[in-house]
Design a protein around this ligand. Structure first.
Ligand code: SF4
Length: 338
């Protein structure tokens, strides 16, 4: 071939080979944006375990197959399921807005951080939005706060968390759906391994911060087996957890579009049952819920674990059983998502 005819002019040897190589796999690139924030504290409807929620990011790179919060990207006209995972929005200007809004918080209120996205997802390593809020909370007293995360990155903030806990009620919910690392990798592709999350529980409890494990969402016939849940609760206890949650999987249409193909790929024998049970309703109804609630109660009792954080009674936590996953409140209990 004459040089002038070459489709790769100027390239030779390994450079030419590289340029001619076929794509085997193309990994998605995560893009980070900054979005104006109008309000940090979002009020939930009355009767729920917390009064306010805070989410410093929109979207979540951890990409859990069951994530209920995918619908929140639809508010931004982002309807492709992968966009929730690879278009991450960091909210701007959070501290002054939070300081202003804290004047509305009463002594009996509670604030939950990380209800629709993980506050310690990879973006936090660089953009520090969660940390900027914690710095505000460190200057407060008498508040009741909880943080829900799957990430060991929270260990970075332990000194700050200790400072907050010295003047406020603070608990941390670490979500671990399974101890099986390969199942976790399939379910929660970009989240830290279960053993790293357990080590995080240990680090937090060693620092004196009340910490619990949430096995949420419990997925029927995938993670709900007595032996699996018992082993998880035992490991949680051994790593210092003081409570163990439990919320059943619910599938809104945006989550169903991701979760059912996951079931088809990894648990094809369960697909029809999932389709039938979740086709007409996002929530499972019937005796299964009672059975699972009883199973969790017995497991907690066996391992000396409470059902919720220090400032959440069992009665208050009960609604979470029906509507939470990953430690997250169901869509129905959020008045709006920030
Ligand atoms: S379930 Fe939680 S950690 Fe997983 S993608 Fe959704 S918000 Fe992120």
């Amino acid at each position: 071939m004459l040089f002038g005819d070459s489709p790769l002019p100027g390239l030779a040897g390994i450079a030419r080979l590289a340029a001619q190589s076929e794509v085997l796999e193309s990994k998605r690139t995560v893009r980070y944006f900054e979005i104006d924030c109008r309000s940090v504290l979002n009020r939930t409807r009355p009767g729920l375990p917390f009064t306010w929620t805070i989410n410093p990011y929109r979207g979540c790179e951890f990409a859990c197959r069951y994530c209920y919060a995918r619908y929140t990207h639809e508010f931004m006209e982002l309807h492709e399921s992968h966009e929730f995972e690879d278009r991450i929005y960091a909210k701007s200007n959070l501290p002054p807005i939070l300081r202003r809004e804290l004047k509305r918080v009463r002594a009996t209120d509670s604030i939950a951080i990380g209800t629709a996205t993980d506050p310690y997802q990879p973006a936090e390593r660089r953009f520090l939005r969660t940390r900027s809020l914690l710095e505000v909370f460190a200057g407060q007293s008498g508040l009741s706060l909880s943080i829900t995360t799957k990430s060991d990155l929270i260990r970075r903030d332990i000194p700050l968390l200790r400072s907050i806990a010295s003047r406020n009620r603070l608990s941390v919910n670490v979500t671990i759906t399974t101890l099986d690392a390969s199942l976790a990798r399939a379910l929660e592709p970009r989240a830290p391994r279960p053993d790293l999350r357990l080590q995080t529980v240990r680090a937090l409890t060693d620092a004196g911060i009340p910490t619990g494990v949430f096995p949420n969402p419990v997925m029927p016939l995938i993670t709900d087996q007595e032996a699996r849940l018992d082993a998880l609760a035992k490991a949680a206890r051994e790593h210092g957890a003081s409570y163990f949650g439990g919320g059943l999987l619910f599938l809104m249409p945006s989550s169903r579009r991701v979760f059912l193909p996951f079931v088809e790929q990894h648990f094809p024998h369960l697909l029809r049952r999932y389709q039938e049970r979740y086709e007409s309703d996002a929530y499972l109804k019937g005796p299964y819920r009672d059975m699972l609630r009883e199973r969790l109660r017995a497991i907690r009792q066996r391992h000396g674990l409470a059902s919720g954080g220090t400032h959440v009674s069992e009665e208050q936590r009960f609604p979470l059983f029906e509507s939470s996953q990953a430690g997250l409140p169901g869509a129905g209990i959020l008045r709006h998502v920030p």
